[in-house]
Design a protein around this ligand. Structure first.
Ligand code: HPA
Length: 278
């Protein structure tokens, strides 16, 4: 599929901006991408403006059955938040640039902070299912990139730095807020695998040796495009299961989704505290 051009992003953004302002809502400066099992957050937004992806010009449409495909702009307290309920994964068959497409749209909408969540397998034996982990770095072994191909200069440089996209200030703030809420937010390095199959034990041993502490099939494309667009990111992984070979237990999608549901309350409290503080 042909890569999107700048005017596509502009058309998507203008459509969304019109929907939000017509509803009398202030434009949000924080966006949040909701991962598997964590979509409930979107239902908690007040005065929601719901925009199905299929209505937005040039926007990809989600195919994962349990994930909704809609943008929800609404209030938490008096702060407007733009939430993506349902995200795009490479394993669904999208091009990598498509999976990161919303980030360019966020940039044009004036989003200044991006919170990304996901479900991930725990590699570090210091984690257990249900833990929340702030991602401080990532490893992507697959060669594709969301910004491969013709560069769109309006979004940033062809070659750009990746050292500060996982914003240290946001990680510190999130850890502090988690502490105030009575739980520990751990830190970790996200190992990206394209999926959709879960990993083999040998692959997990390899990722662990390389320094990854969790593994997942999302997030890095959005983070890379956010780095180009200079949008600081806070990424929080929910450890939904221990990765292959760590405990020997089989990994199932049910377990992944179930753990998300169990921690969604804690997660919502943390995001609320962050939204209020940012
Ligand atoms: N591996 C990859 N992705 C995942 C996992 C896993 O173990 N759990 C949740 N997403």
């Amino acid at each position: 599929m042909k890569k999107a051009v700048y005017s596509d992003y502009v058309e998507s953004a203008e459509f969304i901006r019109k929907k939000i302002t017509e509803a009398g809502m202030k434009m949000p400066r924080i966006a949040i991408i909701l991962g598997s099992g964590l979509g409930d957050y979107a239902n908690r937004l007040e005065r929601p403006v719901v925009i199905p992806y299929r209505d937005i010009p040039h926007f990809p449409v989600s195919t994962v059955s349990y994930q909704k495909g809609e943008l929800v702009c609404g209030l938490r307290g008096d702060v407007p938040v733009l939430a993506m309920n349902g995200r795009f994964h490479y394993y669904e068959g999208y091009e990598m640039w498509q999976t990161a497409y919303p980030v360019g749209v966020f940039k044009l909408l004036g989003i200044e902070k991006l919170i990304i969540t996901n479900a991930a397998g725990g590699i570090s034996p210091s984690y257990k299912p249900g833990d929340l982990v702030a991602i401080v770095d990532h490893i992507k072994l697959s060669p594709d990139s969301p910004v491969r191909g013709q560069n769109i200069p309006e979004f940033g440089e062809r070659f750009f730095d990746m050292q500060s996209v996982y914003d240290k200030g946001l990680v510190a703030l999130a850890k502090q807020k988690a502490g105030e809420l009575g739980f520990e937010l751990k830190e970790g390095v996200y190992g990206y695998m394209a999926g959709p199959q879960y990993e083999t034990p040998a692959e997990i041993r390899m990722l662990g040796m390389l320094g990854a502490t969790v593994v997942g099939m999302s997030t890095v494309a959005e983070v890379i495009f956010a780095a180009q667009c200079k949008i600081p990111v806070l990424c929080i992984s929910c450890v939904s299961n221990m990765a292959a070979g760590i405990t020997g237990a089989a990994i199932t999608e049910e377990e992944v989704l179930e753990t998300g549901k169990v921690v969604s309350h804690r997660f919502t409290e943390l995001v609320d505290a962050l939204v209020a503080a940012i």
